[in-house]
Write a protein that binds this ligand. Structure first.
Ligand code: DGJ
Length: 740
């Protein structure tokens, strides 16, 4: 069993061949943290790692003992008010107004496998021996509350998942004001924080900052995980690179408000935590009520950031996203949004679909504007039945015509939203999330349904079910286009208003569950004004997400590169759009747009009938190429090679599991004059294999240590296949010799 409990020292050790995670029951009964990092030998006791030291002026637990202070110990799930002056992992008030708690070790169980988290997205295993779970029960006997800390160690991965469950057994209610999913105390602060930040259309840019004394934090209070910050962080040693050194990764399987923070105390101890944002959160537990936090993921690498990212990619592909879609490459789609916006009718859509089919496209996605009487973004959200002015024969007829062409049919919905100009609002204004007597702020002219109320979720479910049940729908794009404001549920009493934002997200998850159960064949793609809900919570239901509303190939380099820190290529919706680009108004070659979009789900976001014959020929070739290579691209091992945040080029590659095949994407946005010689060292190849690239052969060691010569591409003097010298890209396909 890779989880051991040594009763003589009351020590827990979770370990596999990659990592060790060690905790012990402290003399006061609380749980102390001893170690997280590279695997250590197991032994009867790790007590010697507990540093008890007299420190003047510390608040101490035991009378006559100046060495035991919660302020100076690494702790597993710290409380506030009994000596530890740092940020607590939780905050509970009793009905006498006290916020003091005292959770002491009571028992534990160790089991094979990984139990599911009820009503919440979570990682899972296919067989019990893929993971082992430790559940530690701590009790506060004054409060009559139990806290269960759950840890699952994945046998083959340097990964532990965690969550916490509070169960209240007392007669007087308690209120949870804060309940983080993970706390990790590290003994030093020689780390840099890597985070993914941005805004609409420039999501998940990589930012690195050193840790300082005090708190470094980011999060979302917007009701969705947001395009501004992602529920993900890495802590890397200052010398750690993409290919070497130590780093810790933390991710949060949740789609709503979150807080991610690192506190460094003045003894240089780092306290990391992630969980539901405490702002606007409070949860009262009556006798026999319980509350379970969402799941957090903790990963470790001593082989650099690429390796750490790959661990998340493996976990997410094999243990998070729906099993049904595992190892199934994304269908190549065309989405009409940037091609038509709201300006379409059945005839135009059918014409586009016919052309799409002739180009080799597999799935036609009808985006926003097909329902209610929606001609712009001011109306109809909530009226999920076809707009007969645009689709006079209804949705079923359109879908059947598209299917008859040999294409799959996909549809856009935004089920959490309501327009004031809608039948739903006219009938049920109370279904809107709003604070009575207060002004309602809108976002993109729309308002939000109160998904914290199960009746509202049920209403939307039935409307969608009714619309979908006779229509041959293969794919749904589920959008969510605004942040929340004036949050209040008229369906809940005053003392439960702090539950609304979490209940809302549970409502979203519940609707996903129901729709997936009712329509198991549908492939879901999540979307939120582009990439504002690109989080592990969503990937539990939808194996792909629209990465960004920014479809400009050059901007996408940064967005996709940054996204790859946490998420696999298979998850990233990436489409070729028109030139000039609609967001940046930049002209880029069709080749470059394709070369960037290949590293994602791949598709088109334009009116295919506007393409010239020459462009159609290129598109046909692109689609054929992607069909041949998409399994490798979407399921191979992904490596970042050259960062667009640090260099004037960008490069990445994927390598097949058997190291026989690899594909490199190389991008040089701006041309350079008389430039230096450049080489691109590749990664992940077999040093002993001879790889063919464009009729020349190189051993893997040469490609990895000398590198691929890219000087020609950046000299400004070479012959180009594209008229533009800027926005240059090149794809290299490598095949091991015996296979050529
Ligand atoms: C935002 C999405 O990100 C776009 O792709 C498109 O679906 C629009 N919404 C439609 O309103």
């Amino acid at each position: 069993m890779p989880i051991s409990y040594h009763s003589s020292s009351k020590t827990f050790h979770l370990y596999n061949s990659h990592i060790s995670y060690i905790m012990m029951v402290l003399p006061n009964g609380h749980l102390g943290h001893l170690y997280f990092g590279k695997a250590l030998h197991d032994r009867e006791s790790f007590e010697h790692l507990l540093e008890l030291r007299n420190r003047s002026m510390a608040v101490c637990t035991f009378e006559g003992d100046l060495s035991f202070s919660l302020e100076h110990l690494l702790q597993e799930y710290p409380c506030f008010g009994s000596g530890d002056m740092r940020e607590p992992a939780f905050d509970i008030s009793m009905d006498n107004g006290s916020h003091i708690s005292d959770f002491r070790y009571a028992s534990h169980i160790i089991k094979e496998g990984k139990p599911p988290l009820p009503d919440l997205p979570h990682t899972f295993v296919d067989h019990d021996h893929q993971a082992y779970t430790l559940e530690i029960t701590l009790k506060d006997t004054i409060m009559h509350t139990t806290m269960i800390l759950s840890y699952t160690l994945f046998e083959q991965l340097p990964i532990i998942t965690r969550h916490v469950c509070f169960k209240h057994e007392g007669n007087s209610p308690i209120t949870l004001h804060k309940a983080m999913s993970l706390n990790l105390d590290l003994p030093d602060s020689h780390y840099e924080l890597v985070e993914l930040t941005g805004a609409w259309a420039r999501e998940r840019h990589v930012k690195v900052r050193p840790l300082e004394h005090g708190i470094t934090a980011f999060g979302s209070k917007r009701g969705h995980s947001s395009s501004n910050f992602n529920p993900f962080m890495m802590l890397k040693r200052p010398h750690t690179t993409e290919i070497s050194g130590e780093a810790i990764g933390i991710s949060f399987v949740y789609s709503g408000n979150f807080l991610a923070q690192v506190e460094v105390d003045t003894y240089d101890v780092s306290r990391i935590s992630i969980g539901i944002h405490p702002q606007n959160f409070s949860w009262t537990l009556e006798k026999n009520d319980s509350f379970t936090t969402p799941e957090a993921i903790l990963a470790y690498s001593d082989q650099g950031l690429n390796h750490l990212s790959q661990q998340f990619h493996t976990l997410f592909l094999n243990h998070l996203s729906p099993k049904k879609w595992r190892n199934r490459p994304a269908p190549i789609l065309v989405n009409n949004w940037e091609g038509t916006y709201f300006d379409f009718n059945e005839e135009r859509i059918i014409d586009m679909a016919k052309t799409a089919k002739s180009l080799g496209i597999e799935l036609f996605v009808l985006d926003d504007g097909w329902f209610g009487h929606r001609d712009d973004d001011t109306t109809s959200l909530g009226d999920w039945y076809p707009y007969l002015k645009k689709l006079p024969h209804g949705l079923k007829s359109l879908a059947c015509k598209i299917k008859a062409l040999g294409l799959d049919f996909g549809l856009w919905i935004e089920p959490e939203m309501i327009s004031k100009d809608s039948d739903l609002y006219r009938r049920h204004p109370e279904m809107m999330l709003h604070t009575p007597q207060r002004h309602d702020s809108h976002g993109r002219n729309q308002y939000i349904l109160d998904f914290s109320n199960p009746l509202v979720v049920d209403t939307i479910y039935h409307m969608l079910e009714n619309t979908f049940k006779d229509v041959p729908i293969d794919y749904i794009k589920w959008d969510m286009n605004r942040s929340m404001s004036e949050v209040y549920s008229t369906a809940l009493p005053a003392h439960q208003q702090g539950q609304v934002m979490h209940r809302y997200i549970l409502g979203v998850y519940h609707l996903y569950e129901r729709l997936i159960q009712r329509f198991p064949h549908i492939l879901f793609e999540s979307c939120s004004s582009g990439g504002a809900r690109f989080d592990p919570g969503m990937f539990y239901y939808a194996p792909q997400a629209w990465t960004s509303d920014d479809t400009d190939a050059i901007e996408r380099l940064k967005i996709q590169y940054g996204t790859s820190f946490a998420y696999p290529i298979r998850f990233m919706g990436s489409h070729v759009s028109a030139s000039p680009n609609h967001q940046l108004h930049r002209f880029t070659p069709l080749k470059t747009r394709g070369d960037v979009a290949y590293f994602g789900t791949f598709g088109y976001e334009l009116d295919v009938n506007q393409l010239s014959d020459e462009e159609k020929t290129i598109v046909i070739q692109q689609i054929e190429w992607m069909k041949e290579h998409r399994s490798l691209i979407q399921y191979g091992t992904f490596y970042r090679l050259s960062s667009p945040f640090e260099q004037d080029t960008c490069a990445w590659m994927v390598v097949s599991k058997d190291q026989n095949d690899a594909i490199v994407g190389y991008y040089r946005p701006l041309n350079k004059i008389n430039s230096a010689y450049t080489r691109l060292p590749l990664l992940g190849l077999d040093p002993d294999k001879l790889y063919g690239i464009n009729q020349t052969y190189h051993y893997g060691d040469e490609l990895m240590h000398y590198g691929l010569i890219t000087s020609d591409e950046s000299s400004g003097l070479c012959e180009h296949e594209d008229p533009s010298y800027d926005y240059y890209s090149k794809i290299y396909v490598l095949k091991a010799k015996s296979l050529i």
